[in-house]
Design a protein around this ligand. Structure first.
Ligand code: B12
Length: 233
């Protein structure tokens, strides 16, 4: 975004300037600068979740807009995604450090044909931080992978992610297959990804659509609590 990055000393910027600079650096795919920025903010007492949402997700939102408008192309977006992942990997252990007891088990993965994984990695981190055990099965998952994973991992929750309008209908294929196998009601099914909405979630038979990782955590907790109440009733 800016071309005057060479002389900037990140540690000399105040918080607001630093966050703005990190958004620029994310846009430019500067992995090391992002790592440095994350560490500086941590050193200044910022909560990991605040760094994640304000600096990293905020920066990725700008990248998303320019990608949509044809200003950025796949190679640049890949670099930005790499920088985002580097920042996320510093925050991951800190978000998972809450020491909360396990409250549920989740399998999460991006659907067949779709290779976007930043959002689901973020959901994984936040869920782990909230005390869930999560098996992240990565990208491009056919129905068989989901079904194998939920059984093997003895999951309470199945989470599916899709970022493309062309791949989101595949979520219904997975849910329909679960129905055919008579196992649909054994699992809480949560879906997410930028092109989805609540109506879509309902239409395909998911339990809930979650617009972001924080909502995913709240929704998962609610459904787990309901499941336990039903079991003890
Ligand atoms: C980064 C990116 C890429 C990277 C992906 C790198 C990676 N490792 O993920 C690369 C460059 C590889 C890429 C490729 C493509 N991309 Co792309 N990409 C994006 C971009 C810019 C950002 C996505 C992102 O990471 N956002 C940040 C995260 C944190 O947000 P999120 O994913 O929405 O996740 C949050 C919530 O949605 C929710 N959530 C997500 N998943 C789940 C799951 C569950 C269970 C729950 C509960 C919640 C949840 O919680 C998350 C955290 O808060 C978006 C633009 C956008 N606005 O979304 C385009 C975008 C998704 N891509 C798009 C396109 C078109 C493509 C390509 C087809 C481009 C091409 N011509 O090749 C390919 C497709 C490849 C494929 N087969 O999947 C379009 C989709 C348009 C459409 N209507 O379908 C978008 C919208 C850009 C645009 N406006 O044109 N892309």
């Amino acid at each position: 975004m800016s071309d005057d990055g060479d002389d900037i000393i990140l540690s000399e910027l105040d918080d607001a300037e630093l966050v703005e600079q990190m958004m620029d650096d994310l846009y430019d795919g500067l992995k090391e600068e992002i790592e440095e920025g994350v560490n500086i903010l941590l050193g200044r007492g910022w909560a990991p979740y605040r760094i994640l949402t304000e600096a990293l997700v905020g920066g990725m939102t700008i990248v998303g807009k320019d990608f949509r408008d044809g200003i950025l192309f796949v190679p640049e977006v890949l670099l930005a995604a790499g920088a985002m992942k580097a920042g996320m990997s510093i925050l991951k252990p800190l978000l998972a450090e809450t020491g909360a007891p396990t409250i549920g088990r989740m399998v999460i993965g991006t659907v067949k044909g779709d290779i976007h994984d930043i959002g689901q990695n973020l959901v994984t981190m936040m869920m782990e931080g909230a005390g869930f055990e999560v098996k992240n099965i990565g990208i491009n998952n056919p129905v068989e992978s989901y079904i194998e994973a939920i059984h093997e991992f003895d999951a309470d929750i199945l989470g599916m992610s899709a970022l493309l309008t062309t791949t989101m209908p595949y979520m219904k294929v997975v849910i329909d297959t679960m129905k055919e196998q008579g196992i649909r009601d054994d699992f809480i099914v949560l879906v997410g990804g930028a092109p989805l909405n609540e109506e879509f979630g309902r239409a395909i038979g998911a339990d809930a659509y979650c617009r972001d990782a924080a909502v995913a955590v709240e929704t998962a907790k609610e459904f787990i609590a309901r499941k336990h109440n039903q079991a003890s009733a």
